[in-house]
Design a protein around this ligand. Structure first.
Ligand SMILES: O=C1C[C@@H](C(=O)O)NC(=O)N1
Length: 448
């Protein structure tokens, strides 16, 4: 008989509602959701979830797991395991690896590596450059999550700045285009100004002045304009400014939106005041900006001008991060702590549980047309998370799972913790331990 798991008496958070009930898993799928389900056989594993909240597994649409080529920073195995401990059951990984995922062959190698080692479900973005239009046009949109374009330079030198090429890509690809938007000319001019003043040792607090609001706004506006002109499907990654949020529409149903937006945990949590205590640990591209920006991002998220929450999990070693401003790479690890950070914001009455689930599970599933995931529904894959909202713990070196061994949240106490995570019906994480070595599946899409 197929293996069964019965989750009893959970507060189920799903599709805008919270209700008390039981969920029965058989094999890799949810087979029944009801007020009360009795155990069907003696070897059904029963989880008494009294007081816990059951959420669909989070879907993180932007992570950097550094494989191949940068495995001193992270691997698919280490980071997907950390993700599972953090309640993320599915991730979409970025192409700025070494080599970059800019040919179909290289991309398929990443899929093969993930099939062997990933704990969580996965897909990848194909990388666009100034030179691989032909290859972009060969990519089958039913097989990959989308196309990533760096419209501002960041880790991995993948800047696409040939405007003619860009227009051809937007006009011709059927792939969902995810864009990193920061205007390169603005950044370069700002950087030159402060380099003249400070040399390489620029105070990190100037990062949001160098990678400025203006840089973000110019680039996002340009990408949106191009998407409108060409009819391309555009998803703007990691908005970091209040100003940009007004470029996005709040009225339409998500499935009908052709232009969507993402916000990341670090931009919802930190502000420029934190550079003093955290230094380059919170150096990200785009930069963490002002309190006004953070407030604006929250407002846009809650008003549905921003559609999804992600992490942009981007680990670097501490040695790399602890360099002077111009040498310290941008990015930091987040997948283990993103959900509990959002639950902290729930405790602070900033966001509801229903909204967290909508933005971090339902909406990425809708936006990427992910098949059978992102919801607690009968017939869907059993990617599930049970969280305890009242079990405080502090992030420290002993409980950090990232390969790089540090977190921008070190020293932070979170009220909530992830108790159980299921990947395709298999219990991957249980109270700090990993009872089963799960193997995530390649995402399939309702497209084409
Ligand atoms: O766009 C990016 C890339 C990422 C990385 O390190 O890969 N780090 C960032 O801060 N932003």
């Amino acid at each position: 008989m197929t293996k069964q798991v019965l989750i009893k008496n959970a507060n189920i958070v799903n599709e805008g509602k919270i209700f008390n009930g039981d969920v029965l898993i058989e094999g890799d799928r949810i087979v029944e959701i009801a007020e009360s389900i009795s155990s069907k056989s003696s070897d059904t594993k029963v989880i008494e979830a009294d007081g816990l909240y059951l959420l669909p597994g989070m879907i993180d649409d932007q992570v950097h797991f550094r494989e191949p080529g940068l495995t001193h920073k992270a691997t698919i195995e280490t980071e997907s395991k950390a993700a599972v401990a953090g309640g993320i059951t599915t991730f979409i990984e970025m192409p700025n690896t070494v080599p970059q995922a800019t040919t179909i062959e290289l991309l398929e190698e990443k899929f093969a590596r993930a099939a062997e080692t990933s704990w969580a479900n996965y897909s990848f973005m194909f990388g666009g450059t100034n030179h691989n239009l032909d290859e972009i046009l060969k990519v089958d949109e039913t097989k990959v999550a989308g196309l990533k374009l760096f419209l501002g330079s960041s880790t991995g030198d993948m800047l696409v700045d040939d405007l003619q090429v860009l227009e051809k890509i937007f006009s011709n690809t059927k792939l969902l285009i995810s864009a990193h938007c920061e205007d390169e000319t603005t950044i370069k001019n700002n950087l030159a100004k402060y380099k003249a003043q400070y040399g390489d040792d620029i105070p990190v607090a100037l990062h949001p002045i160098i990678r400025s609001e203006e840089a973000c706004y110019i680039s996002s506006s340009r990408a949106i304009e191009l998407a409108k002109k060409t009819g391309a499907r555009l998803h703007v990654f990691h908005l970091s400014t209040e100003k940009e949020t007004h470029l996005f529409d709040k009225k339409k149903k998500l499935a009908d939106k052709k232009i969507t937006a993402e916000v990341c945990i670090h931009h919802l949590w930190f502000t420029d005041e934190d550079y003093t205590s955290k230094g380059t640990k919170i150096k990200w591209n785009p930069a963490v900006k002002t309190q006004k920006d953070k407030d604006g991002l929250w407002k846009a998220l809650l008003e549905d001008r921003i559609d999804v929450i992600a992490t942009d999990h981007a680990p670097h070693t501490l040695e790399e991060k602890n360099q002077v401003y111009t040498k310290a790479p941008s990015g930091g690890p987040l997948v283990q702590h993103a959900l509990v950070a959002l639950l902290e914001m729930y405790h602070r009455e900033v966001i509801s549980l229903e909204k967290i689930v909508e933005k971090f599970a339902h909406n990425p599933a809708i936006l990427f047309d992910i098949k059978d995931r992102g919801y607690i529904r009968e017939g869907y894959k059993a990617d599930l998370v049970l969280v305890d909202l009242n079990a405080p713990w502090a992030v420290n070196k002993e409980n950090i799972l990232y390969h790089c061994g540090w977190s921008p949240f070190e020293g932070t106490t979170f009220k909530s913790r992830v108790r159980y995570t299921f990947i395709n019906g298999v219990l991957a994480f249980e109270n700090g331990k990993f009872p089963n070595r799960t193997h995530g599946e390649r995402l399939t899409f309702n497209r084409g």
